[in-house]
Design a protein around this ligand. Structure first.
Ligand SMILES: NC(=O)c1ccc[n+]([C@@H]2O[C@H](COP(=O)([O-])OP(=O)(O)OC[C@H]3O[C@@H](n4cnc5c(N)ncnc54)[C@H](OP(=O)(O)O)[C@@H]3O)[C@@H](O)[C@H]2O)c1
Length: 326
């Protein structure tokens, strides 16, 4: 391939995986405050799927109202800096870096550019590209959920959907904070979820976790399949319910405004916040070996539409990676 060209997963309209096209496009031109990264690994995650579809519609205010603003897909990356703009001081050529941006980074490509002040961090020594990138999108949302509450050692937490990318990160982070963790998953995944640190598992295909014995300080629905009303009966009197989704009729937003004022059991909505801070926190956990992301399938860039279709099915186990960009 021409050295000024690269392969990329592109699209011109919103839609499902069929709108994707692997094309040879021009390598990005670098601005003076940017670095050029050769991508070694990226994920296809639920944020990528939402940006591909342009749904929920509210996201089109930043992703493009009628058509996508960014033609190349991809929200996270791990790779190596191969060029740095002349005003770049934080990073140097050869450095291993990773990052995430929920509005898109165009990382499903051989190369991408990013400002040095963007959501980019060095990868700690000894941490593989695949591990770093699988600790980006979902771990950020998990941190974002847990940041909204004061966690205390010995508290009891329930994670619904613990094999998902966000759920599996929540289980690990809750255990790292000393909580006793119960979790739901399909029966055949119980061993995986215990391996993440869960103390107890419930097979959600056999038993309704909101009717099972046990009560909790915190219920996290990481896949947005339950409701606050159904979970009330398993929450302690001042327990907290957090879902990764808005819920039927966006009720979780309404409850998040009303329940903290009323007192007692409450809903908190995890509005996304500081991504850079999540990356730094994950770097600290990866360095200490406290976090080990769950990785499911790995695809080459040439098969990215299959990766998108699998992720959109809502049945992936943890993270789906793209690892061959040739
Ligand atoms: N609020 C935000 O800013 C934000 C950002 C990103 C994503 N999200 C949302 O967060 C959710 C989770 O994302 P993710 O990437 O973590 O999900 P994911 O990895 O796609 O979750 C897949 C897992 O969900 C489990 N699952 C599927 N249906 C279930 C059900 N009815 N009950 C319990 N578990 C079920 C499956 O577990 P088993 O295989 O064990 O059955 C599967 O492993 C998505 O709905 C996504 O749209 C929200």
């Amino acid at each position: 391939m021409n050295r000024y060209k690269m392969k990329a997963s592109t699209r011109t309209i919103y839609g499902d995986a069929k709108v994707l096209d692997i094309r040879e496009v021009g390598r990005p031109n670098l601005k003076e405050d940017e670095v050029l990264v050769r991508i070694h690994a990226a994920t296809v995650n639920r944020t990528d799927v939402a940006l591909l579809r342009g749904y929920p519609l509210i996201m089109r205010f930043f992703s493009g109202l009628r058509k996508p603003r960014l033609s190349i897909t991809g929200t996270d990356f791990a790779g190596e800096i191969i060029e740095a703009g002349k005003h770049v001081t934080r990073f140097s050529v050869g450095e291993r870096v990773w990052g995430f941006h929920d509005q898109g980074l165009q990382s499903h490509a051989t190369y991408m550019r990013i400002p040095e002040k963007g959501n980019i961090e060095s990868i700690p020594d000894g941490v593989e590209f695949s591990i770093a990138v699988a600790s980006a999108e979902a771990a950020h949302y998990a941190i974002n959920i847990l940041n909204k509450i004061t966690l205390e050692k010995g508290q009891q937490a329930m994670v619904h959907g613990a094999t998902g990318a966000i759920g599996s990160a929540c289980v690990q982070l809750l255990r790292a904070n000393g909580l006793e963790v119960s979790a739901t998953c399909r029966g055949e995944h119980a061993q995986i979820v215990h391996g993440l640190g869960a103390d107890h598992t419930i097979d959600y295909t056999q038993e309704d976790f909101t009717r099972a014995p046990g009560s909790y300080d915190l219920v996290i629905d990481s896949v947005g399949k339950s409701t606050f009303n159904a979970c009330k009966r398993i929450l302690h009197k001042d327990g907290t319910y957090i879902s990764s989704e808005l819920g039927p009729g966006a009720q979780n937003l309404f409850f998040a405004l009303s329940t903290p004022v009323l007192g007692g059991k409450k809903v908190i909505f995890p509005f996304p916040s500081n991504i850079k801070s999540s990356l730094s926190k994950m770097n600290a956990l990866l360095t200490k070996g406290i976090f080990n992301p769950l990785i499911d399938r790995t695809y080459p860039l040439s098969e990215i539409s299959s990766a998108f279709t699998y992720v959109a099915s809502g049945q992936k186990i943890g993270n789906v990676l793209i690892a061959d960009f040739s």
